[in-house]
Design a binder for this molecule. Structure first.
Ligand code: KG4
Ligand code: ZN
Length: 352
């Protein structure tokens, strides 16, 4: 179990000016069971239990994920309370990830949150996972000013979001096929790397030359993305070279990873630049699991300096799935009195 305690924030006042409450938040949309306590917009604890059980299958097995959530959820919530120095009696609202995600996984968090809120007689707050990724940028200072743009890159989604306020957001562009994280993971699988391959491609890319192998970038209209072509071109590239030399991947792994990563980063940042020009917005964020990528973080910051943007990236622990981002989103929903009734249920897909 991986613990992340945001000690540096515990003495700060809230960026919202101290409004709000003590919120217990739960995230269980995929293969991380996480709980967080947020008081007045300040994250006091963020406990994440990673599920190792999927590694040997090369991807998340939904049924195993649900079972692991059931096993993890009580100890994870207990730990989050303990680390925050908080007891259940102090909790003013219970928040959970309602959608999107794996339905069996979401249901565990949803039913747990509903039961707990009912038992405590406290309000329930349903949170959209992708909105929460965007608002992870509001956890640590400095925070972006509204309106801001966010490039959200995760295992299931790739979006450019216009955030007008914490509770008013619009998707300006999205992927037409695979998500950026999916492209990382599927290409990693072709390279013989275990799941999730994104962080491993990142690691090998740091040792390689990004200019030795290049892959074509798609020409997609407006602010939308496509990553399936890059994945296919990697497949054909590997087929061709391994036919000539069976050890091709082994001998060239860092350079292949660096070339692939450079292509993905270029696709992402070119669209983000286009969105910034179209909207005239210079407060720009990235978020989601792929925003943990060292190459993307570096290139994003460099682009920001060049184009006079103010750039924001969540701390690593708030990029991949975590309950702190659910808690900060719930904090703003609490202020805006956006509560759910107890008929609410989890949903694998949902409009933004
Ligand atoms: O946001 P996230 O934790 O879960 C979803 O909501 O999907 O994102 C997971 C994705 C996976 O595809 C994983 O490979 C990718 O984020 N990822 C990375 C890195 N760390 C996580 N991709 C590239 N480089 C990384 N350092
Ligand atoms: Zn996510």
């Amino acid at each position: 179990m991986q613990e992340q305690i945001n000690k540096k924030n515990s003495n700060l006042s809230s960026p919202t000016g101290g409004q709000g409450a003590t919120i217990l938040a739960i995230e269980s949309s995929c293969d991380e069971t996480s709980a967080s306590i947020c008081r007045n917009g300040v994250i006091l604890s963020n406990i994440i239990a990673n599920q190792k059980v999927h590694e040997k299958y090369g991807g998340v097995v939904p049924e195993l994920a649900s079972r692991a959530h059931i096993q993890n959820i009580i100890p994870v919530v207990d730990m989050a309370l303990q680390k925050a120095g908080c007891v259940l009696g102090e909790v003013d609202a219970v928040a959970f990830t309602q959608s999107p995600g794996l339905i069996g996984s979401l249901l565990v968090g949803c039913q747990f949150a509903k039961s707990l809120a009912l038992a405590l007689n406290k309000p329930l707050i349903a949170v959209h996972h992708m909105r929460a990724h965007v608002l992870a940028n509001l956890i640590d200072r400095p925070t972006p000013q509204f309106p801001f743009l966010c490039l959200t890159v995760s295992g299931g989604h790739t979006q450019i979001v216009l955030a007008k306020s914490p509770v008013d957001m619009e998707v300006l562009g999205t992927t037409l096929d695979d998500a950026a994280g999916e492209a990382f993971d599927k290409s990693a699988k072709l390279l013989g790397l275990p799941y999730p391959g994104g962080p491993l491609i990142d690691k090998y890319a740091q040792e390689g030359s990004p200019d030795r192998f290049s892959f074509p970038e798609p020409n997609i209209e407006e602010l939308n993305f496509s990553f399936s072509g890059v994945k296919t071109s990697i497949l054909y590239f590997l087929q061709k070279h391994t036919k000539e030399n069976q050890n091709f991947i082994h001998e060239n792994l860092p350079d292949i990873c660096a070339g692939f990563q450079k292509t993905i980063i270029s696709i992402l940042l070119n669209k983000l630049k286009k969105a910034a020009l179209q909207t005239n917005i210079t407060q720009i964020c990235i978020a989601g699991g792929v925003s943990a990528n060292s190459g993307l973080r570096k290139s994003f910051k460099e682009m920001g300096v060049k184009l006079n943007w103010q750039t924001f990236i969540p701390a690593y622990e708030y990029c991949t799935d975590n309950a702190a981002m659910i808690a900060i989103t719930a904090h703003y929903k609490y202020i805006n009195k956006q509560f759910s009734d107890f008929s609410v249920t989890a949903s694998a897909r949902a409009t933004f």
